[in-house]
Design a binder for this molecule. Structure first.
Ligand SMILES: Cc1cc2nc3c(=O)[nH]c(=O)nc-3n(C[C@H](O)[C@H](O)[C@H](O)COP(=O)(O)O)c2cc1C
Length: 201
């Protein structure tokens, strides 16, 4: 039985996120294909995610003990490390990811839990796991001149690889805010891609 961590980051009210329309379908399809797996939904706006404070750094970088699992920040890192697969759903904000998702990454990037330092540099502790990132974007960044401007996908791919997770797939719905585009068709195509991706996930 696998444990799936479904990480959602969008401030929009229920039912309004195009990104979640696609990611919820991904999860629905995944459940149909893997009914015994456990899915943990982590809606970051409903969690106590905040910017790291000065006093948090000793917990993040210091030694861990039996109490660490109950620590308000470290508990997210343990939860992350104990998952087998990750589904991240977040819209593009200002060429990257919403700040709350970056703050969450700061919570889970913890020495001794998701990565460790060795004589040869840092090593990820989450090897062999896989991730899917589902993103809705106002403009087009998957191809064409704006590709270079996109920093959310590149960032997530890089930080997940840092944790040891190099099996990382992106499903992007581009052009959702471009006047004249068939937005419903774009979402339907992304859902189709999501259903294909589930088969191998
Ligand atoms: C705060 C904010 C920043 C955004 N920044 C960008 C951007 O840099 N590039 C872009 O193409 N779209 C940008 N958008 C548009 C969203 O990426 C787009 O509307 C996306 O489809 C939202 O997905 P959603 O319906 O799941 O919220 C931004 C939207 C918001 C609210």
């Amino acid at each position: 039985m696998s444990k799936i961590l479904y990480i959602k980051a969008n401030v929009k009210p229920e039912g309004q996120s195009r990104t979640f329309k696609i990611s919820d379908k991904f999860i629905e399809e995944y459940k149909l294909k893997n009914p015994k797996d456990e899915i943990i939904t982590l809606d970051l706006y409903k969690e106590n995610i905040d910017f790291l404070k000065g006093e948090d750094l000793s917990a993040v970088f210091g030694p861990k003990n039996d109490e660490s699992r109950n620590h308000p920040i470290l508990k997210y890192a343990y939860q992350f490390a104990e998952a087998d697969k990750y589904v991240i759903a977040a819209p593009m904000w200002n060429l990257s990811i919403p700040a709350i998702l970056k703050a969450y990454i700061d919570y889970v990037s913890v020495t001794g839990i998701t990565f460790k330092y060795t004589a040869n540099g840092p090593v990820g502790l989450c090897e062999g796991k896989k991730a899917v990132y589902i993103v809705g974007r106002g403009g087009s960044y998957s191809e064409g001149p704006a590709t270079m401007l996109e920093m959310g996908d590149r960032y997530l791919k890089t930080i997940f690889a840092f944790f040891g997770i190099s099996d990382f797939t992106t499903i992007a719905a581009d052009n959702l805010d471009v006047i004249g585009e068939d937005v419903e068709a774009i979402i339907e195509n992304a859902i189709k891609e999501a259903k294909e991706t589930v088969k191998e996930f």
